[in-house]
Design a protein around this ligand. Sequence first.
Ligand SMILES: [Zn+2]
Length: 187
Amino acid sequence: MESLNRKNWETHKVIYEPCILIPVDILAIWQYVASRIHTEFCIYHKAKWTEEGLQLENTYYIPKQECTTASVNILEPVPLEYNVVVHSHPGFHSHSFSHADRTATGNREAHILLNCEGEPQKAVLRLKLPNNMYIVIEAKIKLIPSSHVHVDISPIREKQFTYHHYPQYYQYRFYKNHKDDDDIIIV
Ligand SMILES: [Zn+2]
């Protein structure tokens, strides 16, 4: 009976730590806009769920908008497939959502707040519950590598370090050699 329950459990994919994954290409877009726009601004993105969290795609939509240093007024409907809304705070209040922001997530799946340099500061996920209810929870922000960058990494050989007197499960791939303590040999 126990093994049957365990099997059922293992068929479910559970995310224990809510997370929004942001490719660095997207970060570059935000930094570009923030370097040229000195009021608030708003950008929409598409994102898909992975086992690690909600991952933004390399697409964006900037709707027509009127912005001040404390407000954004979106002037056109934004297609619902852009399920992530991002807005910036240019000034001293750049590190947290305002009270108005908390209710402005609208019908999008996530809301990310940027500072005046276009760097993500806070993020929330809006998840559907039964009976037409939603829960808004704070999510961890994680930057992920660009899918457009290709580097020849063939000169780098990942060598496994082994601790002979430790059992196999301690022999981590990246386990540091404490004896030589992070030496680098330059030739
Ligand atoms: Zn705001």
